[in-house]
Design a protein around this ligand. Structure first.
Ligand code: C5P
Length: 226
C-alpha cells in the first residue's frame, strides 16, 4: 500500500527575516517554530512519516527536543529550496507510488483541517495538487520607482501554499533539474513536465513566516488554537 510521507525543507537561512538564528528555530509560545510545523503533520493519521531536511552545517537542531515518533532527520539541505527537497527525496528513497507532501517549515500555522482537506481531495488524483488561496485583493504591477504600471486582472489567480502533494516517482522526475530557477515550488516542477496539478482551497492562516512582524501573528494564531 502506498505510504504518505511529509517532507519538510528546513535548510534555509531566512535572510529576509534578518535574524542571526534561522527563523525555523525562533521561539513561538515556548517552542521553536519548526516544532509547531512538525506537530501538525505528525498528528495527521494518514501521514506515516515526517522527514525534515536541515542543512549539513545546522548548529541549532540538536539543541532542542523533538519528541515526534514519526520523525526522520535528513542533514542534506541544498543551495535552494528545490535542491533541499530533491536531496531529501533521494535520501528517503520512497516507492514510486508513495505520496510525498512537501511542506515549508516556515508555514507553522497550517491547520489540521486544511491538511486533512488536501489529503482527502487529492485522493487518488493522477497528478496530485497543492493548497492555494484564490487572490482576494486587487493586484498591481509596480515599476522600479514603486509606481503602479498596471492593474492585473485577478480572475483565476491563486497564491500557492504548501503542502504540495505528489507521487514520489513523479516528483523525483520533476526535480531532476532542481537547479532550474523556474522551479520555485514542487507544482512548478510538475507543470514543466506538462501536467496540471489540482488546486485545493487553503487558508489565509497558512502563511509563510517571512518578515519579523509575522512571528507575533503566528504566535497569536497558534495560541488561539490551543
Ligand atoms: O526562504 P523561504 O521562506 O522561501 O523558504 C521556504 C522553505 O524552504 C523554508 O522552510 C526554508 O527553510 C526551506 N529552504 C530549504 N533550503 C534552502 C532554502 C530554503 O530547505 N536552501
Amino acid at each position: 500500500m502506498a505510504r504518505c510521507i511529509a517532507l519538510v525543507p528546513a535548510a534555509g537561512h531566512g535572510s529576509r527575516f534578518g535574524s542571526a538564528t534561522p527563523k525555523q528555530y525562533l521561539d513561538i509560545n515556548g517552542q521553536p517554530l519548526l516544532a509547531h510545523t512538525l506537530a501538525v503533520l505528525a498528528a495527521n493519521p494518514d501521514i506515516d512519516q515526517v522527514a525534515v531536511v536541515i542543512s549539513p552545517g545546522d548548529e541549532w537542531f540538536d539543541s532542542f527536543d523533538w519528541p515526534q515518533p514519526k520523525l526522520t532527520v535528513l542533514r542534506v539541505g541544498g543551495a535552494s529550496r528545490a535542491e533541499s527537497v530533491a536531496n531529501g527525496l533521494a535520501a528517503l528513497a520512497p516507492a514510486a507510488d508513495d505520496w510525498v507532501l512537501v511542506h515549508d517549515a516556515a508555514r507553522c500555522c497550517l491547520s489540521p483541517q486544511a491538511l486533512a482537506r488536501l489529503i482527502a481531495e487529492i485522493g487518488d488524483d493522477a497528478v496530485g495538487g497543492i493548497l492555494a488561496q484564490p487572490v482576494a485583493d486587487t493586484v498591481k504591477q509596480g515599476d522600479a520607482a514603486a509606481r503602479i504600471s498596471a492593474t492585473v486582472p485577478r480572475d483565476g489567480l491563486w497564491l500557492a501554499q504548501t503542502p504540495q502533494m505528489f507521487r514520489a516517482g513523479l516528483l523525483a522526475c520533476a526535480l531532476a533539474d532542481a537547479a532550474n530557477p523556474a522551479i520555485t515550488d514542487e507544482a512548478s516542477a510538475i507543470e514543466l513536465l506538462g501536467h496540471a496539478p489540482r488546486l485545493v482551497v487553503g487558508e489565509a492562516q497558512n502563511f509563510k513566516v517571512t518578515w519579523p512582524g509575522d512571528l507575533a501573528l503566528a504566535a497569536a494564531i497558534l495560541a488561539a488554537r490551543n
